[in-house]
Design a protein around this ligand. Structure first.
Ligand SMILES: Nc1ncnc2c1ncn2[C@@H]1O[C@H](COP(=O)(O)OP(=O)(O)O)[C@@H](O)[C@H]1O
Ligand SMILES: O=C(O)C(=O)C[C@H](O)[C@H](O)COP(=O)(O)O
Length: 302
């Protein structure tokens, strides 16, 4: 549901798919998770993606209609199925993924509708997984060239990335979001001599000429580097159901505040609270209202 309408707009690019858990399936894909959370926070949101001409594809459309996310920039591909990902959860609720190839979203094309959406938007959000196929990769590069502000949500999914791809996307980005494992892995392949998180943030900012870097640390919260300054939140305590999509909602929460209030500390606090709340629910896209987030951040003691 849309809460407070807002004039800012964001376009997400990449996979729409079904996360297949051992007992059920849930709609997902990192860019769609970001888009759904942004829309629920009142940001005008679109997603450029592709689904199959199949029942899963129809389910995606039926799911999106009440969310306020336009389906205009979602293409339908008759030759490839709507994406599916097998989710493997460990005892802490952390996920690894087996990602079927090829899926419809691997074949996202450059279209007039997509072009109009990206030109009109304040921000374009994308990840690395959507670049595993040359077709979607080239489309993304074409959209990036038109965007005012580019946010790279790294989301490393082995074996679908390599050093050249990550470097290409980092160099294009105005803002990069890593989790701590991703930050250290990428710093290492860039031959960083440093060990601390902060040193590696500065190192990557310099190497990629990116002034905004955010690193999430699971239950330990997150660090944001922006305006040449570091901001910290040490995390909120929850009982974890599964952490699928916590990073995606975190990013949506962060961007929703940064583009409307330009208050980095408030944005980081809000994002960490939202990420923690998502981790405390099943799946990537539980419904969470602003009121629930506010009450979670500022509990009354009565
Ligand atoms: N176990 C947890 N307890 C509390 N908050 C969490 C937990 N896991 C994730 N979060 C919140 O969600 C954010 C993103 O989670 P993280 O696992 O670091 O990202 P990603 O999903 O991208 O790997 C964290 O910065 C934190 O605010
Ligand atoms: O699209 C992908 O990359 C997937 O593997 C499907 C998942 O729905 C999300 O990626 C979860 O994303 P996290 O917030 O990093 O837990």
């Amino acid at each position: 549901m849309i809460n407070q309408p807002n004039t800012k707009s964001i376009v997400c690019f990449g996979e729409i798919l079904f996360d297949i858990f051992p007992t059920h399936k849930k709609i997902g894909g990192a860019p769609l998770n970001v888009a759904l959370r942004l829309a629920s926070l009142g940001i005008n949101t679109q997603i450029i993606s592709c689904i199959g001409a199949d029942s899963n594809g129809q389910e995606v459309i039926d799911y999106l209609i009440p969310t306020g996310i336009s389906t205009k920039t979602i293409q339908i591909n008759g030759a490839h199925p709507t994406g599916e990902v097998l989710v493997h959860l460990n005892e802490k609720g952390s996920a690894t993924y087996t990602i079927n190839y090829p899926a419809a979203w691997d074949k996202i094309k450059y279209t007039q509708e997509g072009e109009t959406a990206v030109i009109g938007a304040d921000v374009l959000v994308f990840g690395s997984l959507a670049c595993r196929d040359a077709i979607a990769h080239q489309s993304l590069l074409n959209y990036i060239a038109l965007s005012k502000f580019k946010v790279f949500d790294v989301n490393l999914r082995a074996p679908f990335y390599n050093k050249e791809l990550l470097l290409e996307l980092m160099l294009e980005a105005d803002c990069i979001k890593f989790n701590d494992d991703e930050l250290y892995e990428i710093a290492k392949f860039l031959n960083s001599p440093y060990h601390s998180l902060e040193q590696n943030i500065h190192f990557i900012a310099e190497k990629t000429n990116t002034n905004n870097i955010c690193v999430t640390k699971g239950s330990h919260g997150a660090v944001l580097f922006t305006n040449n300054q570091l901001y910290y939140n040490s995390g909120y305590q929850v009982t974890v159901a599964d952490t699928v999509g916590a990073g995606d909602s975190f990013l949506a929460g962060l961007l929703s505040v940064l583009i409307t209030e330009n208050n980095p500390q408030a944005a980081l606090n809000f994002a960490c609270a939202l990420g923690a709340l998502v981790a405390s629910h099943e799946g990537a896209n539980p419904k969470i209202t602003r009121k629930e987030i506010d009450e979670f951040m500022h509990p009354t003691t009565s």
